[in-house]
Structures are given as C-alpha cells and as structure tokens.
Design a protein around this ligand. Structure first.
Ligand code: ADP
Ligand code: MG
Length: 251
C-alpha cells in the first residue's frame, strides 16, 4: 500500500508487512489474512471496514499480538513483535497498546476514576497526575469520577473506557465497534473525543466498524475483502464510504 509523500517512515508506529494467517488444516483450512500490508502512522485515525468474515477481527488480533501470524512481520514502535514469546507479548501490550471494546468492559464495583487507573495500577506504574487530569478534562469526566459504571450513561461509560486506554499513553489504540452499543449522538461524541485525543497526542487509532457514519470520523478507511487489503478511502464521508463498500461487494 502506498504511503503519502508527507509521511516519513519515522512516523509509522505500526506496520504489517505481507502478513498471512490461516486457521485449521487441509480441506477445512480458512485463510483469514492473505498477504496483507498496512502502515499506521502516529496521530492517524484509520477505520477498517469489510464484510463479515473479511478478517477484521483477526487483523486486530495479530496487530495487537493476541494471535500469531503464519508469515510476514508486524512492527510496533520499531520492534518486530512476531518473534516475541508470550511473556514479552504481554509486556508489549501493557506498554504500547490500548483497547476499547463495544461492551465497555468496565469493572462494575469500581468507580469511574478507579476504572481509569486500573491498567496503570495493574502494571504497578506510577500515575502521572498532570496527564491524568488532562485526560479527564479531555473526556469531560470531571464531575463523574466517583460514580460507578451503572450510574453512568452508555456514552459516559465509553468515555471512561477511552480515558482508561489513554492513561497508559499507548502508541496504538484499537477500538472494535466502540459505538455499537450507543445511540448515534453519544456515539458521535465518543468518536470526536477519541479522534481529538489520539491525533493531539500522536497516537495511532484503529477503529473496526460496520457503520459508515462512524468510519467517516477517521482520516482514512482501509477496506478488507477475503483477508486482503482491497483499497482505501482518504478523508472519508458517509457517502464515499457507502459507495466504496458497494464497489467492494461488486468485485
Ligand atoms: P471479521 O472480523 O471481518 O468478521 P474474522 O477475522 O473474524 O472476520 O474471520 C476471518 C475468517 O477467519 C472467517 O472465515 C472466520 O470464520 C475465520 N476464523 C476466525 N477466527 C477463527 C478461528 N479461531 N478458527 C477458525 N477460523 C477462524
Ligand atoms: Mg469481527
């Protein structure tokens, strides 16, 4: 896939090169990723779209070091992660990767503030108070910190999950259908805050979604089909995404 002229290789925080991944053997084998290469630059917001079964979830799993590739390389922050053992992969994820899920995945017995701090506490790292204050302000959570998740709206809960992902200052944030459980207004707010936070802090953001409106918040949309990169839409709008998905199904 071509790199825009103004992007230097130093800006690339995550790179997949010729990645292949098969599940199963013999007659029942499925090729989930078929020679896919994509770059993710610092501060860039990429949405990944494609039909069900096109490899979106497998791609996130190999990029985040949750699944191993059969061949090809994945470079995160200058380090080839395909050769790491399980312990090193866990450490790498803790230091470099943030996750945001459709189901929020907050701990119900902890306050919003305790949830935000949890990954940093689990890693036995010190919380930087200035950074924490900035993240909370960005996500507009200042007056919700003592609340438990069930006392928050869906949009507020997802903003807590975003703050939790940002607090560790990861190189890359993976968000898989983060607005799938939200109404369109709060989903739009979460995506706008996520976009502002990541681009402002130089983090790469990866958004997996079915929703052309959600994808239109991204800087580009990467299209997947049958485990292959099947094109990109730059500066997407809802209309350009719908049209690109239509062309994809005609291929
Ligand atoms: P998407 O997220 O785009 O719907 P997936 O990455 O989940 O696609 O799946 C890509 C292909 O790989 C599908 O054909 C799926 O059935 C297959 N697949 C994914 N995970 C496994 C697995 N653990 N075992 C066997 N096949 C799998
Ligand atoms: Mg999936």
């Amino acid at each position: 896939m071509s790199i825009p002229a103004d992007v230097t290789s130093a800006d690339i925080v995550l790179r997949a090169q010729s990645v292949r991944k098969r599940f199963g053997r013999g007659d029942t084998a499925v090729t989930a990723l078929d020679d896919i290469s994509v770059n993710f630059e610092a501060g860039r917001f990429s949405a990944i779209m494609g039909p069900s079964g096109s490899g979106k979830s497998t791609f996130i799993d190999v990029l985040a070091g949750l699944e191993r590739v059969d061949s090809g390389t994945i470079t995160l922050g200058g380090q080839d992660i395909t050769g790491l053992d399980d312990k090193e992969l866990t450490q790498m994820r803790r230091d470099r990767v943030g996750f945001i899920f459709q189901a929020f995945n907050l701990v119900p017995t902890l306050s919003a503030e305790q949830n935000i701090e949890l990954p940093v506490s689990l890693a036995r790292k010190r919380i930087n108070p200035e950074w924490k204050a900035e993240v909370i302000e960005r996500l507009e959570l200042g007056d919700r910190l003592k609340h438990r998740p069930h006392e928050l709206s869906g949009g507020q809960q997802q903003r807590v999950a975003v703050a939790r992902a940002l607090l560790t200052r990861p190189d890359v944030i993976f968000a898989d259908e983060p607005t799938g459980n939200l109404d369109s207004q709060s989903g739009g707010e979460v995506l706008a805050l996520l976009h502002g936070a990541t681009s402002g802090y130089g983090q790469a953001l990866w958004l997996g979604t079915h929703d052309p409106v959600a994808a239109s918040h991204a800087d580009r949309v990467v299209l997947l089909k049958d485990g292959r990169a099947a094109g990109e839409v730059q500066q997407p709008t809802r209309e350009s995404v719908v049209s690109a998905l239509g062309e994809l199904s005609d291929l």
